[in-house]
Design a protein around this ligand. Structure first.
Ligand code: AMP
Ligand code: MG
Length: 355
């Protein structure tokens, strides 16, 4: 961007007792077409008025985001959904009842009110109702749906703390609201409910198992189940980009724990001998077993929520440490593990060693 903005950073005193005065300036910025980054329960979002094409354009510019990658419109209550969509299919209604507010985004056929500048030219619109009290209150006070992709520079790991947003967005947006570290740490689940059978487009904290329990049959977009293929385009346009990428080459090692630890230790030795700075992503259960390399524990293997919560912060930390390569343990592909492995395998550019 050519003009540098004076980015204001505000701190929420107590996120459990938000005073409207704390958010009134932020709401006014959104209403007049500016950009405000704010916490949600998944990751920090970069918000603008979803009904204002010009404001949406500013999001793409600040993030360096490709313009065919549509934005999610955030609402604060169910009555705000109706004006945005031309239809609320049965599955959408059931899932909204069960998981809103929460980390679930649904794709609906869009109404005329939603500009193509927000949907990347698509006739559908993605909508989410966040449960985070700061996000929810901000949307209600702004009085308009807020388009909010993750508040990172395109291609960098999503921000899970206000400090990450500051690193990427200082000088490019009007305001950052610091509400402390987020709860979940990976982006929302995306389900397309505009077709006959609901389809999972991006795994997240509302898992495939949970979706199926509520609406029965749910399919998974085949294009997100493996490395990118030329003739198989992901239904969520954003999923085709190499997201979340740390600057260093990341390799995942998959297999039985003892074999994984042995292989990572062997790789660390080999790369250190070649003069490289080597990072290792391990877990609380295994951290004593790596004598060499720059070690970061990503969480407790038996508590997947801790791994989701720390994932992007660990990738950013390795960027700051300027390592040349990173070797990481792998995780189960069930429940929340599906979202964790989706992000990790993409960050690794699908470079996986099986032992
Ligand atoms: P972000 O908020 O940056 O995590 O990205 C939003 C994700 O939602 C991207 O992967 C988009 O491609 C996806 N998305 C937004 N709107 C739609 C839509 N109408 N149809 C399918 N995917 C969508
Ligand atoms: Mg993103």
């Amino acid at each position: 961007m050519d003009t540098k903005l004076d980015t204001k950073l505000i701190q929420i005193e107590d996120t459990k007792k938000i005073k409207d005065e704390e958010l009134s300036e932020a709401a006014a910025i959104i209403r007049r077409g500016g950009l405000v980054a704010f916490p949600t329960e998944t990751v920090y979002g970069l918000g603008a008025n979803a009904l204002d094409e010009e404001a949406a354009r500013k999001i793409y510019a600040a993030k360096g985001r490709p313009s065919d990658n549509p934005l999610i419109a955030h609402i604060s209550c169910l009555k705000e959904l109706e004006p945005l969509v031309s239809e609320i299919p049965e599955a959408g209604r059931k899932l909204a009842e069960k998981y809103w507010p929460g980390p679930l985004t649904m794709v609906f056929p869009k109404s005329e009110k939603v500009p193509y500048g927000t949907t990347g030219g698509l006739d559908t619109v993605a909508v989410r109702m966040p449960s985070d009290p700061v996000a929810n209150r901000l949307i209600a006070l702004a009085g308009v749906p807020i388009a909010a992709p993750s508040a990172n520079t395109s291609g960098r790991p999503s921000p899970t703390m206000a400090e990450h947003v500051w690193q990427d967005m200082n000088g490019k947006i009007d305001m950052i609201i610091d509400g402390g570290p987020v709860g979940i740490g990976v982006e929302s689940t995306i389900v397309d409910v505009s077709g006959e059978v609901p389809m999972l487009l991006r795994p997240g904290a509302v898992t495939m198992e949970m979706l199926r329990e509520t609406v029965g049959r749910v399919e998974m977009d085949p294009a997100i189940q493996g490395p990118p293929k030329e003739n198989l385009r992901p239904k969520a346009p954003g999923m085709k980009y190499r997201h979340y990428a740390p600057k260093a080459a990341l390799t995942l090692v998959e297999g039985e724990t003892d074999n994984v630890v042995a292989e990572i230790n062997r790789l660390v030795k080999e790369h250190m001998a070649a003069g490289e700075r080597v990072g290792v992503i391990c877990t609380e259960e295994t951290k004593e077993r790596y004598p060499e390399g720059i070690l970061r524990s990503i969480g407790v293997r038996s508590q997947e929520e801790t791994i989701a919560h720390n994932l992007f912060a660990v990738l950013r930390e390795f960027d700051d440490l300027q390592v040349d390569c990173i070797f990481s343990e792998s995780f189960s592909k069930h429940d929340l593990g599906q979202a964790i492995m989706n992000r990790l395998t993409k960050a690794a550019g699908y470079h996986i060693i099986k032992v």
